[in-house]
Design a protein around this ligand. Structure first.
Ligand code: BES
Ligand code: MN
Ligand code: ZN
Length: 491
């Protein structure tokens, strides 16, 4: 488990600065303005900051970027990290600046001299989110995680404002750990165990095993796991922080490894399919966040945990299965397994919990990566108000999300000759036909969003707030959407 750095918020103390032995970070405004803390550091290092600020290099620096002066004279600090950042800014730029300071700090100790900055909590949050390393499987002793001190006016108030952000960071790190974990370690059994462990935070967690899933008629979900040695499970996490209103549901695709099944994937890049439980990982991260910050809302998270393997017992192309809803599905391609998982979990979620709305998340299609790259998740919805709420939250958190079209013309592409539908359309509009398939398992008038996160759940290059690998995309957007639209506002 990777735990986020816990920043220590301390009151301004100019005399403390020359004794600090880690890396100091100072803020300089775009116009080159130094606050009293930066002025003190500048004085100690005999004007080095002022000389840099007067340079063309500073002028060319982007807002939020950093420049490091190493081993400055006049103090014990090993470096002074200069962050070009105004006292007021939008949260996204502030978090990026905090992350840039974290990258400049590497694994050492840092003291951020934030002073009277209005965005101190956001700077700290960006820093914390970016300081993530998945070292579970490195045999070398992990390098000690550096500390983060934040010197600011009104340290107590800033520290309090930071508390909910700390809960979010823990959720994000939980998601990243799950998504980064290899499939021989994160089996469906281990995944379920990690979710059961959330009980200690006050979540109600229920695990349904294959026998129960079969009794419920969830053959669409079950057919995906027939070739695997690790058992198919559905895990339900309930957070009851609200009143007696119906819950909102989050549903996640939890394919712990996707070989494609009998429709086997090519070898090149197949190892990336350890992240095919990314949707379930985000649901888990959000549920953990809600519990940690004691959200005043009722949210139920459901994940279908299964492994897609080829085997003598595996589902064949051409097989027909009957879903829990009763609709029959012709499995043309066993590699289009995510929608088979979600079909039954979506149906179960609606039947059992009568939610006010449902959002499902899945690393569903390669086609969404072709369309949107790694910048945006695909947003598919039957409800303009709900999708606008989500898009607003995603925008505020700087998590890319882009609405995609749906419609009957696309739905026609999944008609089957011998069953109610087939699990793939043609070669065109692959992400949309996948969404149309899911919509067949959404009840009439149920507000619903499908998020195709195949491009954003894990990336080969670092993103603004994460190193390469699992990003935790969506945890913050969903948590914010819940806070902004489902929780009562104070006062
Ligand atoms: N898990 C994959 C989608 C995926 C691809 C996720 C790349 C992350 C990165 C999904 O189960 C899949 O195999 N989809 C197929 C669907 C096709 C058979 C219709 C795909 O996208 O090729
Ligand atoms: Mn697949
Ligand atoms: Zn898959």
């Amino acid at each position: 488990m990777t735990t986020p750095v816990q920043p220590k918020f301390i009151e301004t103390n100019l005399d403390h600065i020359n004794e600090y032995e880690g890396k100091l970070a100072v803020l300089v405004t775009a116009k080159g303005g130094l606050d009293p803390l930066a002025r003190r550091v500048n004085k100690l290092c005999k004007g080095a900051i002022a000389r840099f600020v007067a340079s063309a290099e500073f002028a060319e620096m982007k807002l939020g970027a950093t420049y490091t002066l190493n081993y400055p004279a006049g103090m014990l600090a090993t470096a002074v990290i200069i962050s070009k950042m105004n006292r007021k800014s939008d949260a996204i730029t502030a978090r990026k600046a905090g992350a840039a300071i974290a990258r400049a700090t590497k694994s050492g100790d840092a003291l951020l001299l934030a002073g009277a900055s209005k965005i101190t909590a956001e700077l700290a949050q960006g820093h914390v989110l970016c300081r993530y390393e998945f070292s579970d499987h490195k045999s070398a002793e992990p390098t000690a995680q550096g500390s983060l001190g934040v010197m600011c006016g009104d340290a107590q108030a800033v520290g309090a404002a930071f508390q909910t952000m700390a809960a979010t960071s823990e959720g994000v790190f939980f998601t990243r750990d799950l998504v980064n974990a290899p499939a021989n370690v994160l089996t469906t059994v281990e995944f379920a165990n990690q979710l059961i462990a959330l009980k200690k935070l006050g979540l109600k967690v229920t695990v349904l095993e294959e026998k129960e899933l079969a009794k419920l008629g969830m053959n669409s979900l079950l057919c995906v796991g027939l070739g695997s040695e690790t058992p198919t499970k559905m895990v339900i996490m309930e957070w009851q922080g609200g009143g007696d209103e119906q819950p909102f549901a989050l549903v996640g695709k939890g394919v712990v490894f996707d070989t494609g099944g009998i429709s086997l994937k090519p070898a090149g890049g197949m190892e990336d399919m350890t992240m095919d439980m990314g949707g379930a990982g985000v649901v888990a991260g959000v549920m953990k966040t809600l519990a940690l910050r004691k959200a005043k809302a009722n949210i139920v998270g459901l994940v279908g945990l299964v492994e897609n393997m080829p085997d003598g017992r595996a589902t064949r192309p051409g097989d027909v299965v009957t879903s829990m809803k009763g609709d029959t599905i012709e499995v043309i391609n066993t590699d289009a397994e995510g929608r088979l998982v979600l079909a039954d979990v979506l149906w179960y979620a609606q039947k059992t919990f009568k939610p006010t709305g449902v959002i499902d998340l899945a690393t569903l299609t390669g086609a969404i990566i072709v369309g949107l790259g790694h910048e945006n998740a695909g947003v598919f919805s039957n409800n303009d108000a709900l999708s606008q709420n989500f898009l607003n939250a995603a925008k505020a958190e700087g998590e890319g999300a882009w609405r995609m079209p749906m419609g009957d013309a696309y739905d026609k592409l999944i008609k089957s000759r011998i069953a109610d539908m087939k699990n793939v359309g043609g070669r065109t509009a692959g992400s949309i036909t996948a969404a149309q398939f899911l919509q067949r398992f959404v009840m009439p008038d149920m507000p619903w969003i499908h998020l195709d996160i195949a491009g954003v759940a894990s990336t080969a290059t670092p993103t603004d707030l994460a190193p390469k690998g699992a990003s935790g995309w969506g945890v913050r957007a969903l948590d914010r959407m819940i806070a902004d639209t489902l929780e009562p506002t104070d006062g």
